[in-house]
Design a protein around this ligand. Sequence first.
Ligand SMILES: Cc1cc2nc3c(=O)[nH]c(=O)nc-3n(C[C@H](O)[C@H](O)[C@H](O)COP(=O)(O)O)c2cc1C
Length: 182
Amino acid sequence: MNKIALCFSFSTNKTSLAAKKIAAEFGPENIAMVNVENITPEQFTSYKNYILGVPTWFDGELPNYWDEFVPALEGLNLKGRKIALFGNGDQKGYPENFVDGLGIMAGILEKCGATIVGYTSADGYQFERSKALRGDKFTGLALDFENQGKQINQKIREWVKQLKGEFKQEGSRRQKKVNGNR
Ligand SMILES: Cc1cc2nc3c(=O)[nH]c(=O)nc-3n(C[C@H](O)[C@H](O)[C@H](O)COP(=O)(O)O)c2cc1C
């Protein structure tokens, strides 16, 4: 498996903690840790599979470090790239904007041609509105350290298991096609 780019801000607390847990669960040898605070478009496009850490801030917005990269991101062709998103939010503190960042980022990446993987069920969360909802699923893994701290490890464990399958699917399908064409 090619290395998966795990992109997040190294200066965050909870997002960094979640990223480290995700890397440990995947096996650190499969992961390239990438700091979004000084990423360039060239670096960003040098991977095939990605996991992005996108917490929600400012009542339903992306944090500054992602916002600053968005203009460059919007110009990229990400066709054929698979991208999974995880994002911290607070369903009690911000029930009208719960993990909106996951939905905002998914929309931006899809416009660039990327495929979003790693959708998760919204069951078990209590909130009023979320831009991350597509039907009854979030466009990624919603992590609420404030209110569901004890569930974080389990949620990450299950999500990584799901992603291992979803990232691999593409490669094995293509490999079968290559073999079939021989
Ligand atoms: C000023 C502020 C605004 C926030 N806005 C939202 C929000 O709109 N939606 C949400 O789900 N969480 C919101 N949160 C909660 C954060 O996403 C949550 O605390 C998260 O764990 C922060 O992750 P980080 O420390 O890695 O940046 C907000 C937190 C703060 C302090």
